[in-house]
Ligand binder design. Structure first.
Ligand code: SF4
Length: 532
């Protein structure tokens, strides 16, 4: 099926909706066309949801592309030149995400040969990672001790313009005899316990062919983990059908690395594909490439990583773009990658923060590069200076073996005493240097739910929670239960205020994400508290 020239312009967001919309003819009056309706109005749902139809109908020529994105017409000759070097392939599904009115559209830049690629066509290397230098047999790269890369395919659903392996994209299947040689290498190398099956994209094979390869690998006794690297859930999510998922789950432990670069790729279709894989027990990790003009922005990366977490995909790596030929315009300074990680750490869950890595040129392997949080470290004094995500500095003391006590028996400190059988007799007052237990900040004396003598012999009042239940344990701060206003009122009423409140009102911590400090809830603060 040939694509159809565009009618009205959809917005970037609208172009994401694609196949979740009703068929043409049932549209709400006035609603802008989706990318699918605009570019491929004749596609039936059956065709659109058939990955083979999507694969066959990829946009592969400059004429097809310019028909869909007329603004690219002035670049057509350059594009023809580029395609002599590195092919183009854009599935209709991915094409439908593109805003044809915006030549800066990040989805377009991923997939279409543009001016920058032409300008830098002679800059960069064919094999920037030295994969072929570390290749004991064609198709295998054995760089790390216990794992190998196995390139089983020379084709992809989409050809990303920054691809490190553009040198191998011939679109002819890797012969079975070569795949058998790769499997044989793994079988006779007992150190290999983990294989990364990649390409090209392994999921461009039919399910039976892919299964024949996975079955041979699974028959290798010392091979523990099989990982598949694929961009299909992003560029051609229709490929993740029931037949594929049922087959994959026979070869556990099997992991999949996916490759989302931009939050606009997180469509309902991509989410459904990831969900299918997750339900089959396949852990999903994401590898993004840092790309100038596409995702070199903290806000975009926050959207991406939090969006990935919502679809149960763990952000795994953020790669510095490799110096591959024709991709120089996508490369950023290293400081940009550090800035992005700095903009994530503390602002999103640690689970959502990828490791920023630079592949050592010529085969050095992945080298992690992170912002510096350890400002100073003195192992002799056993002290370190650390900064947190707000640039607050903390001194941290390492354990000091010299402080260990001699081993002779001595009475427990009051704070370590446990309740006796009837629950009484335990005090949480800490002895001060003069031997008396200090009152806590609200001046009521401290207790564990029973009025018991505290360290200086005076009866302590029972602390109670908002629901009237006694507070147990040493610290009641999680039980305070009252709103801050109530606590302040209480404090004003009896002329007391607990120490945490005093601290929180006196010295609010620095603002988070620019929120005014006064607008933030007061939180009890402990010095250097770990695990928060
Ligand atoms: S899907 Fe992966 S291997 Fe294929 S072109 Fe894109 S980056 Fe390269």
């Amino acid at each position: 099926m040939q694509p159809t020239a565009p009618a009205a312009a959809p917005s970037a967001v609208e172009s994401q909706r694609s196949s979740s919309l009703p068929p043409v003819g049932q549209l709400d009056a006035g609603r802008p066309l989706s990318g699918r309706e605009r570019f491929f109005p004749e596609a039936t749902d059956a065709q659109w949801n058939d990955w083979r139809w999507q694969f066959r109908n990829r946009v592969t020529t400059v004429d097809e592309l310019v028909k869909l994105v007329p603004k690219l017409a002035p670049q057509a000759e350059m594009q023809r030149e580029i395609l002599r070097d590195f092919r183009m392939g854009i599935p209709p599904y991915y094409m439908a995400l593109i805003d044809p009115d915006d030549l800066e559209d990040p989805i377009l830049k991923h997939a279409a040969p543009l001016h920058g690629e032409y300008a830098f066509r002679d800059v960069g290397e064919e094999d920037p990672l030295g994969e072929e230098q570390y290749s004991p047999v064609p198709g295998i790269t054995h760089r790390y001790p216990d794992r190998v890369l196995m390139v089983i395919s020379n084709s992809c659903a989409i050809y990303c313009r920054y691809c490190t392996r553009k040198r191998i994209m011939y679109e002819d299947a890797v012969p079975d005899v070569e795949i058998d040689r790769m499997v044989d290498y793994i079988a006779r190398t007992p150190a290999v316990r983990d294989v990364i099956v990649s390409g090209g994209d392994p999921l461009t094979y039919g399910t039976k062919k892919l299964e024949s390869i996975l079955a041979k690998l699974r028959a290798v006794p010392h091979l523990e983990i099989i990982r598949i690297g694929t961009r299909v859930p992003v560029s051609l999510p229709q490929r993740v059908d029931d037949e594929l998922v049922e087959m994959l789950q026979k070869y556990h432990p099997l992991w999949i690395n996916v490759h989302f670069n931009h939050p606009r790729e997180l469509t309902p279709e991509a989410a459904a594909a990831c969900d299918k894989l997750s339900r089959a027990g396949i852990p999903l990790n994401n590898q993004s490439v840092l790309l100038k003009g596409i995702n070199d922005d903290v806000g975009i990366m926050r959207q991406l990583v939090t969006g990935l977490m919502k679809i149960r995909v763990r952000p795994y790596y953020l790669y510095q773009c490799d110096p591959v030929r024709g991709a120089e315009h996508f490369r950023t300074p290293i400081s940009k990658g550090i800035e992005i990680i700095e903009g994530l750490r503390g602002h999103v869950s640690g689970l959502a923060i990828p490791t920023y890595v630079i592949d050592g040129p010529g085969g050095g392997g992945k080298i992690p590069v992170q912002p510096q949080y350890l400002l100073n470290y003195d192992p002799l004094r056993k002290k370190a200076l650390l900064r947190n995500f707000q640039n607050r500095v903390f001194e941290y003391s390492e354990p000091d073996a010299a402080q260990a006590h001699s081993g002779e028996l001595r009475p427990m400190r009051p704070s370590q005493a446990v309740p006796n059988a009837n629950g009484a007799g335990h005090t949480d007052g800490k002895k001060t240097s003069n031997g008396s237990a200090p009152a806590n900040g609200n001046g009521n004396g401290n207790g564990n739910g029973h009025a018991t003598p505290n360290g200086n012999g005076t009866a302590k009042k029972t602390r109670v929670r908002a629901d009237g239940q006694p507070v147990v344990g040493k610290s009641g701060w999680v039980h305070r239960g009252h709103s801050r206003e109530e606590r302040l009122q209480n404090a004003a009423g009896d002329g007391t205020r607990n120490a945490a409140e005093k601290r929180s009102t006196a010295t609010p911590p620095p603002a988070l994400d620019g929120a005014p400090a006064t607008a933030r809830p007061a939180a009890p603060r402990t010095r250097n508290a770990p695990g928060t």
